[in-house]
Design a protein around this ligand. Structure first.
Ligand code: PEP
Ligand code: MG
Length: 319
């Protein structure tokens, strides 16, 4: 019995009827590995690499980066590790990479993959460091770009990854245009990961840094759920066996919303490690059909609060 309790607390994620939903950790560097392992993460779904680039006057060298990537790959033998390339700009400014002009709306400025277009050398160094760090480890290394808005950006990034020897390029879905036209982007990459923090910001036109509009920054809003469906269904249709579409924004850490996301077609969930047991338990108490019913109920609502109430009414196993 003790073993059963332990495996419910740390085992692989699945719905009550056994539909697997890998549960992964969001990390910001090797120092977060201990918590990820302690809470039973099956891998890393979002490695935010910004920390390497912050508070310095020059970009980190390939060797410095390799030293920060390798321990993460080694911590998950045979497991998935999704690394996000540098997401500078907007809420993550870098001292050595100031914006090329004054940006009145930094969230709409030159951030994420857009910055790589102007500084392809920084991208090339990061991709080379990732490929070198992956060598000799058994982790399934996936590399994704943030802030992709167009198919051309997805193709450009995926080609650079493959050129560097990284065989599983992906993109984050956090700009509404990418979700709305997800089928155009899905062919270029191996997977999607939805960043609900930014996707909500851009869908509701509510800056995530401005507290006066924080009430609009709610991933339960049915407009956000609709965008999730577009991305997940495009990924599922993009190859005979379907391509993965995870969620790595804060929404994945809300047990009720995690069930709804699975019901919408999301295939893995990544979150801050302490949320993993709660999400694992909520999924384990509901069938895939109950998750789908909760998702339908949420999308039928007209507000974020209404969506949450309607979904919870379909999820009797929530604490
Ligand atoms: C997101 O936007 O949901 C995300 C996971 O990325 P970040 O919060 O780092 O922008
Ligand atoms: Mg983001």
């Amino acid at each position: 019995a003790r073993r059963a309790v332990l495996s419910a607390a740390t085992g692989p994620g699945a719905t009550a009827d056994g539909h697997p939903v890998p549960l992964l950790a969001n990390i910001g560097g090797p120092r977060d590995l201990e918590a990820a392992l302690a809470y039973g993460a099956e891998g890393v779904g979002l490695y935010r690499t910004e920390f390497l680039f912050l508070d310095r006057d020059t970009a980190p060298t390939a060797e410095e980066q390799e030293a920060a990537y390798r321990p993460v790959f080694e911590a998950f033998p045979g497991g998935r590790v999704v690394v996000r390339t540098l997401d500078a700009g907007a809420d993550k400014p870098l001292a050595f990479l100031p914006p090329s002009e004054e940006e009145p709306n930094p969230a709409l400025g030159e951030r994420g993959v857009r910055m790589f277009r102007r500084h392809p050398g920084i991208m090339a160094t990061q991709l080379a460091a990732l490929a070198a760090a992956a060598e000799g480890t058994t982790a399934e290394v996936e590399v994704m770009a943030p802030m992709v808005a167009t198919a051309a950006e997805a193709e450009w990034f995926a080609a650079a990854c493959r050129e560097a020897g990284l065989r599983r390029p992906g993109i984050m879905i956090e700009v509404p245009s990418a979700a709305l036209r997800a089928a155009d982007l899905a062919g270029a990459v191996e997977f999607f990961s939805i960043g609900t923090n930014d996707l909500t910001q851009y869908a509701l036109a509510a800056d995530r840094q401005v507290s006066a509009v924080a009430g609009l920054q709610n991933p339960w809003h049915p407009a956000v759920l609709d965008l999730v469906v577009l991305a997940a269904s495009a990924a599922a249709s993009a190859s005979p066996q379907g391509k993965g579409c995870g969620v790595c924004g804060e929404a994945a850490a809300d047990p009720a919303l995690a069930c709804v996301l699975v019901g919408l077609g999301v295939t893995s969930l990544s979150m801050g490690a302490p949320a993993l047991p709660w999400v694992r338990a909520a999924l384990g108490r509901h069938t895939l059909e109950q998750c789908a019913a909760a998702a339908r109920a949420a999308r039928s609502a007209v507000s974020a609060a209404g969506a949450r109430d309607a979904a919870r009414a379909e999820l009797p196993g929530l604490a």
